[in-house]
Design a protein. Structure first.
Length: 666
């Protein structure tokens, strides 16, 4: 696998991020008495650079430095600490990992990494976080609520935006090696550097674990037998930017991942009334490539910019049974060409104002090839389908007195398979000078087109439905952000409501040949979701930071049944203390998931029944110490109290685990 990774990564064309989609801190003139920190700039929430005061949507962010203090190795683990986000994983590290924002489905969340849309058209149109390790992550942002007016179909429920580091300064090397429980070995290395004329970063990571059994332990249907289901992956990342002048930049980014993951089977379980995860020798192999190249021109002293980019993604997954016979294969490929221009200007007079006009256009082609032995056994041909979509985006942002900002966005999509759709979004924010209280509100609509697998099927007893129509979302929120005690305490609160019509679910039936099959259908009526998101950050003394988040959400389908894998109560607490002049660091993390429902499937007909999953609380503890300015040792314990729990019905999760390692840099 390593040799394959090196050959493939060296052959990859480098590509680049569409917009930086990061938060950056602008330089500020220091006053005679003290330095004043200016607000951070945001791109994610409005697709254009602007101050935090201009954001009317609910956005949460964590920096790469904070991920390092928490010793996060799998990006989905840090999303568990974000308000409004529910994470479910079908087993140990490397298993299918879904996220849901404000009760939306996993494929209603758009995932961006360095400006590349990562959603896989061959995997129900969603991004599987299983293989995304925290390689050179600089920042993670979560934008909540319908964002189709900004980003199109996949953003009907929200956006997760991840930005990796850029090279800067003299050539530098970073590396780390760690090991621990379940036979885990993890290593990474990166070189980077840059000047005003160029920057570069090249990084690689290898991960191996023997894992634990995917099928739940100590159950009658597994007869006491259980094996370890291992996982290994290798990733390579390359970023290069060139600036021939102050006005022009050409940049590129490429990411490649190769992985192998053991998968227990899912089916009839002796002595158990439902289909379940059962021990087997099944496994999956996959290769993923994501790339982008982009040119940016900035004119009129920064007032007018143009960005033109081309992205390409290819995600290849192949499943094998215990005899090494390939049982299925799916390839999802996306090609996207996009352009965006932003024009900024000010008006004076009786009502001084700032204005930002944005226009964007993109065209995207999704192509899917899906084969399986089940398709052949049920008399179906392999799936080979493509869908092309073209979108136009317009946005206007008005700022008054540097306190009040109003942003309106509209997008029109031309889809070759479905009727044209228009989505819109309105967001506003006002900050009071005296108290620095920020009041914000947003309203938006979204659309999620049926995926290729939903339209045409992807394995034998899952039959596509070509009559499906797009899901429609509509949501609004209102909230406030309040700093106290010279910004050493910040508090945020948001109330939200969301509606989903034509929600795609599934039903089971017996076909004319007597086979039990499942097919997707649009549900009549409207699914309703509402809730509250709370967050607080405290920095009471130097070196000590405390961050807590809580979400209450109540989601029901059109029949009034509770939506599955959406806990009503989700909470997190993270306490970090740096001492001994920042040479030593201790971190305590707590994540709580309340009771939730999941689907159980009849072993013969695959008819759905809702079953409860118990609440659980996980505690993680980590520490590090710099033995030298260029060397650090660290260790952590995950699931400190060895909690047994399920995130997906009948799928096992890891128990207590300990890890240790060393980092070096020069």
């Amino acid at each position: 696998m390593i040799a394959s990774l090196l050959r493939s990564s060296s052959a990859c064309a480098l590509s680049a991020a569409f917009l930086s989609l990061a938060f950056v801190t602008p330089s500020a003139a220091q006053q005679a008495t003290a330095a004043e920190d200016l607000p951070e700039l945001s791109v994610t929430a409005n697709r254009v650079e602007g101050p935090q005061a201009a954001i009317g949507s609910a956005v949460s962010s964590l920096s790469g430095e904070e991920l390092e203090k928490r010793q996060i190795r799998v990006v989905s683990d840090v999303l568990r600490e974000m308000p409004g986000v529910a994470v479910s994983r079908t087993g140990p590290v490397g298993a299918l990992t879904q996220i849901r924002i404000r009760g939306s489905e996993g494929n209603q969340t758009l995932v961006l990494i360095d400006g590349i849309e990562m959603n896989d058209p061959g995997a129900s149109g969603e991004f599987d976080f299983a293989n995304l390790l925290a390689l050179e992550v600089e920042r993670v942002d979560v934008l909540r609520g319908p964002q189709s007016a900004l980003y199109g179909s996949d953003a009907a429920g929200g956006v997760v935006n991840i930005v990796t580091r850029k090279g800067d300064g003299k050539p530098a090397f970073r590396g780390q090696v760690e090991g621990g429980s379940f036979g885990t070995l993890n290593g990474s290395a990166a070189v980077s550097g840059g000047t005003e004329a160029y920057d570069y970063l090249f990084a690689t990571q290898m991960f191996h674990t023997d894992g634990n059994s995917v099928a739940r332990k100590r159950d009658a249907w597994n007869s006491g037998f259980r094996d370890r289901d291992g996982y290994e992956s290798g990733s390579a990342l390359a970023k290069v930017s060139v600036r021939p002048s102050e006005m022009f930049e050409i940049s590129s980014v490429a990411r490649y991942t190769s992985f192998r993951a053991d998968r227990d089977n899912f089916g009839s379980a002796t002595g158990f009334p439902y289909a379940a995860a059962v021990e087997s020798g099944d496994y999956e192999r996959g290769k993923q490539f994501f790339g982008r190249v982009q040119g940016k021109a900035t004119l009129l002293d920064g007032a007018w910019d143009h960005v033109l980019g081309l992205s390409y993604t290819n995600q290849d997954r192949r499943n094998y049974d215990g005899t090494d016979q390939r049982s299925s294969a799916t390839v999802g490929e996306t090609v996207k060409l996009d352009y965006q221009t932003n024009y900024r200007f000010s008006t004076e007079g009786g009502l001084p104002a700032t204005h930002v006009l944005t226009f964007g256009a993109d065209t995207q082609r999704d192509h899917v090839v899906s084969k399986s032995i089940w398709l052949s056994s049920y008399g179906y041909e392999p799936v080979r389908k493509s869908i092309t979509n073209t979108g136009l985006v317009g946005q206007y942002q008005l700022g008054l007195f540097e306190n009040l900002f109003v942003t309106g966005s509209v997008r029109h999509d031309f889809n070759e398979r479905f009727k044209d759709e228009t989505t819109y979004r309105l967001a506003s924010a006002y900050t009071f000078d005296r108290t620095q209280t920020k009041i914000r509100a947003s309203f938006g609509t979204g659309v999620k087109n049926p995926t290729v697998s939903e339209l045409y099927g992807f394995y034998g007893n899952y039959v596509g439905n070509s009559a499906l129509t797009p899901e429609k979302t509509r949501g609004w929120d209102i909230g406030f952000d309040q700093p106290f005690w010279d910004d050493r305490v910040t508090f945020e609160a948001t109330y939200f409501q969301q509606r989903v019509s034509d929600l795609i679910s599934s039903r089971s039936y017996q076909d004319t040949a007597g086979n039990y099959v499942t097919t997707p259908v649009n549900l009549d009526g409207t699914s309703r979701i509402k809730g509250v998101e709370l967050g607080v950050t405290l920095r009471p003394i130097e070196g000590l930071s405390i961050r807590a988040a809580y979400t209450y959400s109540d989601g029901e389908d059109p029949a009034g049944a509770e939506l599955v894998r959406r806990p009503r109560n989700i909470g997190s607490l993270n306490v970090n203390y740096a001492f001994l002049e920042n040479r030593a660091n201790v971190n305590l993390g707590v994540v709580h998931n309340g009771k939730q429902k999941d689907y159980a499937y009849d072993a013969m007909t695959y008819a759905q029944t809702r079953v409860p999953l118990k609440a659980y609380t996980l505690v993680n503890l980590g520490a590090s110490y710099k033995v030298h300015p260029n060397a650090e040792v660290y260790g952590r314990i995950e699931n400190l109290f060895d909690k047994r729990y399920e995130e997906v019905f009948t799928y096992n999760t890891p128990g207590r685990a300990a890890y240790g390692g060393v980092k070096v840099s020069f």
